[in-house]
Write a protein of this length. Structure first.
Length: 216
């Protein structure tokens, strides 16, 4: 991976100001691998937009590389963000429908960061979008739903589109169940067991694997 690769001060400030859960040290690691993957000249894809915290970093890396970031989310919130759960935020509930809607907040995040022209935002469910996706991708960042159903659906939908030499990035990987849910960890193990990926870095709960062979 490149050394010394980091976002500009204004981009990092936009990341820190945005709603979301990724800590700064993991965000800096994500930016570095996105900058590396951008050299392939292919889109950088994120599953799990939420309010755009990590999207800001991917978008800036894409801008620097002359490519684009694609971010996929239904914007109704994942399981742990629903009312009564730990990560619920009532400020992103639509008062008319009573349902979560993070899309307006996400759009404000991009606007404030000056990165709207470098992102394609896809509103939809990840497996459905993956089924109609036709091209190759330089980076797949899995940070969507944290059940086995959703984490596996994201991997099965998007990993086959990842170009050889491209990077698979998985967030919230916790080998110890005491630290967090296990679905992303199981997807990480599944990717390694496929023989198609080689792990290249670990930063906190962020795992980065390079696609080195076919066979997903």
């Amino acid at each position: 991976m490149p050394t010394g690769t980091g976002p500009k001060a204004d981009v990092l400030a936009a990341f820190e100001a945005a709603k979301g859960f990724m800590p700064v040290h993991e965000g800096l690691a994500l930016y570095a691998v996105a900058a590396e993957a951008g050299s392939l000249g292919l889109p950088l894809l994120e599953v799990g937009t939420y309010c755009g915290r990590s999207t800001v970093l991917l978008a800036d890396a894409a801008r620097e590389a002359g490519t684009v970031a694609v971010t996929v989310d239904h914007h109704r919130g994942s399981e742990e963000q629903q009312p009564g759960w730990e990560y619920h935020d009532p400020t992103v509930v639509d008062p008319e429908t009573g349902r979560m809607d993070t899309l307006p907040t996400f759009r404000r995040t991009l606007h404030q960061a000056g990165l709207e022209n470098h992102v394609i935002a896809v509103v939809g469910r990840s497996p459905q979008v993956a089924r109609v996706w036709g091209g190759r991708i330089g980076l797949v960042f899995i940070d969507g739903g944290h059940t086995d159903e959703h984490a596996n659906g994201d991997y099965e939908g998007w990993a086959p589109h990842l170009a050889e030499g491209g990077l698979l990035v998985i967030h919230d990987v916790f080998p110890d169940p005491a630290d967090g849910g296990q679905a992303p960890y199981r997807v990480y193990l599944r990717a390694l067991a496929s023989g198609a990926f080689t792990e290249i870095s670990v930063t906190g709960s962020l795992r980065v694997l390079r696609r080195t062979a076919p066979g997903i």
